[in-house]
Design a protein around this ligand. Structure first.
Ligand code: COA
Length: 250
């Protein structure tokens, strides 16, 4: 486990905090593995009744580490085993999942929210999925879950056109439950997580299972998207967009 991901258990809640603020919490393979493991291990951990994912002030998560995508493009690779493991851990997870979103939430920083049950966002939140403008392809079963949540047209604007959402717009789309001042986001999300953790756990699990339905379709979509993603990563469009990100002048 790496300190780029901090894990702590308190009052029935497992808090998973992304802790790479200097890179805006861009996720690399060890971070995905640490988060996947933290989620997977709660399956048999009855005392943990709710999970919460949080980031840093100003940066929930800037998406996948684009240097890793550059490397994968050179190696003819795809999303990578650690990413896929994390996505399946999210889809297969049976504990309620709360997210606290401050600042930027790019790519998987936004699509992981589709697997959450309760999301608090700061007034500074900016959610975006610029997959297509990077020459890439949606992941995390977002091509299934995003239109299902907000309807095709809004999902198209976000997923294909790359139009970002602020916190209020994300709330309107059903992606966010509550909007708060940035400094209050984590505490508000934790309050919700503790409330969930105090509910009768079996009743919560069964209700959640029925509401979400069988996860098979979601697991399959994660794999189908990953196949397309691998193809897209090798494209000239993606290579050029990734090079342009690191060549940009600040
Ligand atoms: N992968 C790798 N490094 C990243 C990154 C990512 N996804 N996002 C940010 N970083 C790095 C930057 O390269 C920079 O590193 P440096 O200080 O060594 O130069 C550092 O994090 C800070 O980022 P910066 O761009 O200076 O911060 P900002 O506040 O101006 O912008 C973002 C923040 C998130 C809007 C911007 O960094 C960005 O667009 N990142 C890419 C997001 C993305 O496309 N993700 C993948 C989606 S599929």
């Amino acid at each position: 486990m790496t300190d780029l991901i901090q894990i702590s258990d308190d009052r029935g809640v497992r808090l998973i905090r992304m802790n790479r603020a200097d890179k805006k919490n861009a996720l690399n393979a060890p971070m995905y593995d640490a988060m996947a493991e933290a989620i997977e291990r709660t399956a048999t951990h009855r005392a943990i009744r709710c999970l919460m994912i949080a980031g840093a002030p100003g940066a929930f998560c800037a998406g996948n580490d684009l240097k890793d995508f550059q490397q994968a493009a050179r190696d003819d690779g795809g999303l990578g085993d650690s990413v896929i493991r994390f996505l399946h851990a999210l889809a297969g997870n049976e504990k309620p999942l709360v997210a606290a979103v401050q600042g930027v939430a790019v790519g998987i920083g936004t699509t992981m929210l589709l697997h959450c049950d309760y999301v608090v966002a700061g007034t500074d939140a900016r959610l975006s999925t610029p997959f297509v403008s990077l020459g890439l392809f949606p992941e995390a079963a977002s091509s299934l879950l995003m239109p299902r949540l907000m309807g095709h047209r809004r999902a198209f604007a976000l997923l294909v056109m790359g139009q970002p959402l602020n916190a209020e717009q994300a709330k309107e789309c059903g992606l966010v439950n509550a909007v708060a001042a940035p400094a209050e986001v984590d505490a508000l999300a934790m309050t919700a997580a503790i409330q969930i953790a105090q509910l009768p756990p079996d009743a919560v699990t069964l209700s959640r299972q029925l509401m979400r339905g069988a996860p098979d379709e979601i697991h399959k979509r994660i794999d189908d998207e990953a196949e397309q993603f691998r193809v897209r990563l090798r494209s000239d469009e993606a290579r050029a967009a990734l090079d342009a990100f690191f060549a940009r002048k600040k």
